[in-house]
Ligand binder design. Structure first.
Ligand SMILES: C[S@@+](CC[C@H](N)C(=O)[O-])C[C@H]1O[C@@H](n2cnc3c(N)ncnc32)[C@H](O)[C@@H]1O
Length: 191
């Protein structure tokens, strides 16, 4: 004789009720920051060499430690960096201080923050992929709104090739649909 299979429903995994801001802050505090390369992304140097930043005002959403913010500020750009994790913001402020350069560092949620005026360029690095894909259309709207006409979005779309996230896989076909040619001019040569 064997036990009859239980008909009781399986217990639900405990719901994580933390806000996104609390989750990101927790990652920063626990050092779960695998995305943080400890230095600027080489792509920034390529964009700088190609003179791809069409003006002084650069916005970095979800800036994290903000190596690129420091580098751009060092080169004389008028940088605004925004992140809602207090630990990331404190690190970025410390980095700027150590480098002896200035940038505007905003501790806020970029879904509710607005710059005083549109910017010339946005540096997007592992910020989109950090968001739930359901938030991507709203984020695209924000990016479009933040940029002046003719401004440049310098975007590095994370390719994880894995289900789930964050980071979420930013398949290029999906990026083309999210940033349609009707609103964005893609560079003539891209992967
Ligand atoms: C994966 S990290 C990337 C950090 C940095 N861009 C880099 O490449 O090293 C994503 C960052 O976005 C921030 N973030 C996520 N959602 C945000 C939001 N709605 N408003 C402001 N910051 C946000 C997180 O706190 C985190 O620091």
């Amino acid at each position: 004789m064997s036990d009859a299979p239980s008909t009781a429903p399986a217990p639900k995994p405990e719901q994580d009720t933390r806000t996104p801001q609390e989750k990101w802050e927790h990652r920063w505090q626990k050092g779960r920051t695998a995305w943080d390369r400890g230095s600027i992304n080489p792509a920034l140097n390529q964009w700088l060499a190609a003179d791809a930043i069409p003006g002084p005002r650069v916005l970095i959403p979800g800036a994290g430690t903000g190596y690129e913010a420091v580098e751009l500020a060092r080169r004389g750009y008028d940088v605004t960096a925004i992140d809602f994790a207090p630990t990331a913001v404190a690190r970025l402020r410390q980095q700027l201080k150590t480098a002896g350069v200035d940038a505007v560092v905003v501790e806020d949620d970029f879904f509710r923050w607005q710059p005083e005026q549109p910017v010339d360029a946005i540096y997007e690095q592992t910020s989109l992929c950090a968001l739930e894909p359901t938030q991507w259309p709203a984020y695209e709207q924000r990016l479009h709104q933040w940029l002046r006409p003719g401004g440049a979005l310098l975007a590095l779309f994370m390719q994880t090739e894995q289900p789930g996230g964050p980071p979420y896989h930013c398949a290029l076909e999906q990026m083309h649909a999210l940033f349609p040619e009707s609103r964005w001019r893609w560079p003539p040569v891209h992967p």
